[in-house]
Design a protein around this ligand. Structure first.
Ligand SMILES: Cc1cc2nc3c(=O)[nH]c(=O)nc-3n(C[C@H](O)[C@H](O)[C@H](O)COP(=O)(O)OP(=O)(O)OC[C@H]3O[C@@H](n4cnc5c(N)ncnc54)[C@H](O)[C@@H]3O)c2cc1C
Length: 341
């Protein structure tokens, strides 16, 4: 590994800094996770493409992360290269008026997805607005900013942590909205080709998953470079009220602290939290991880928790719910990396 990672660092010399043995607890919302053998932060799409192509050429395993807000990284860390996507440029146009500088297929690529006037200047039409966001753009800020500018369609995302890329992979959603209903296409870099816009119907988006997520983790997976959101003009007062209502709802129902959001998928009949509460699993604790007293589907890292603690608590909660209701709770969060040796 040390030779391959040295080769990787040499390939990226002058392009971006490369860190070895970077603790991933620093890069996940759970504040848990062992070291990545190699770690880079891509602040532009060019950097992301250079990093992932270098890793693919050297046959190093790659894990791309956004906000790390849906991940449990195991205590032994991640072998290979972790690329944190930070390219976060956002622009928008009235539908059908994408400038000529926005080709369907991007072969040579520099800086931002498009070069045109900013979102604020483009609200001339009554029609839809296409907003193109690079994958590292924070989804919550995008939802809030567009809603407060009078654009409807992404207000459901006002408080969903993480990036546009992670949201596409997970088909993130809240308050009745989701990515599947908000984007028209995602810009993907496949392992064997150039960036290409993939229409939303071909992403296999379903409840908190997609084809991009379902692909084998050990195999090279497409990198999400960006997404095209289709928004509509809405009533600014109504949108402002929706933003306030969604934020207030979250404050009232979800705990504050280091966590990964909902731990388990909701089974068809009831929310996971409903089962957890009735199985008397709220407040259960293993090491420094505790099932939230406010919301049963949240686990909080009280400080210094390990991934092993989380997995032990997950098993405990699953057993309690199974023995009480005969229901198997399936993890919503994604577990990556290796257990501590
Ligand atoms: C407090 C809290 C509340 C939450 N509430 C919600 C909610 O209401 N609704 C909801 O859906 N989720 C919620 N989540 C979960 C999380 O916010 C979403 O799943 C989010 O979309 C993950 O985005 P991320 O950038 O953090 O992805 P990460 O956790 O970094 O990664 C998730 C997956 O996407 C992949 N990935 C990330 N970026 C890329 C990329 N550019 N290219 C290719 N693959 C990529 C990763 O490899 C991984 O497989 C919540 C989480 C927290 C902590």
């Amino acid at each position: 590994m040390s030779t391959a990672r040295d080769h990787f660092a040499r390939r990226l010399r002058g392009i971006m800094p490369v860190r070895f043995d970077e603790p991933l607890a620093r890069h996940t919302s759970f504040r848990i996770g062992g070291p990545a053998d190699v770690y880079v932060q891509a602040r532009t799409l060019d950097q992301a493409i250079a990093a992932v192509r270098a890793a693919w050429d050297l046959e190093l395993p790659v894990l791309v992360i956004g906000g790390g807000s849906n991940l449990l990284v195991l205590d032994g860390g991640v072998r290979g290269v972790v690329i944190e996507m930070r390219a976060r440029h956002v622009e928008g146009w009235p539908t059908g008026r994408l400038p000529a500088s926005a080709p369907e297929r991007l072969e040579t690529f520099s800086g931002t997805i498009h070069s045109s006037s900013a979102l604020d200047d483009d609200r001339r039409d009554d029609g839809a607005i296409e907003v193109v966001a690079e994958a590292g753009a924070p989804l919550a800020a995008l939802g809030r900013k567009t809603a407060l500018q009078g654009l409807a369609g992404l207000e459901w995302a006002v408080d969903v942590p993480g990036t546009v890329g992670g949201a596409v992979v997970n088909n993130a959603g809240a308050h009745g909205g989701d990515i599947a209903g908000s984007i028209s296409a995602a810009l993907l870099l496949p392992p064997d080709g150039d960036p290409v816009w993939q229409p939303v119907e071909r992403l296999g988006l379903a409840y908190r998953t997609s084809m991009l997520k379902a692909a084998e983790v050990s195999q090279p997976r497409p990198l999400v470079l960006g997404a095209k959101f289709v928004l509509r003009r809405g009533d600014p007062l109504t949108l402002r009220a929706a933003v306030a209502r969604y934020s207030q709802h979250r404050r009232a129902t979800q705990p504050v602290g280091a966590c990964a959001g909902s731990m388990f998928k909701n089974p068809p009949e009831q929310a996971a939290g409903w089962y957890i509460e009735r199985a008397e699993a709220k407040g259960l604790q293993v090491g420094a991880v505790r099932v939230s007293d406010l919301h049963g589907n949240f686990m909080l890292n009280l400080g210094g928790a390990t991934a092993a603690d989380v997995l032990a608590l997950v098993t405990l909660v699953q057993e309690k719910v199974r023995s009480r209701f005969g229901v198997s709770l399936e993890l919503e969060i994604q577990v990556v990396g290796e257990a501590a040796r």
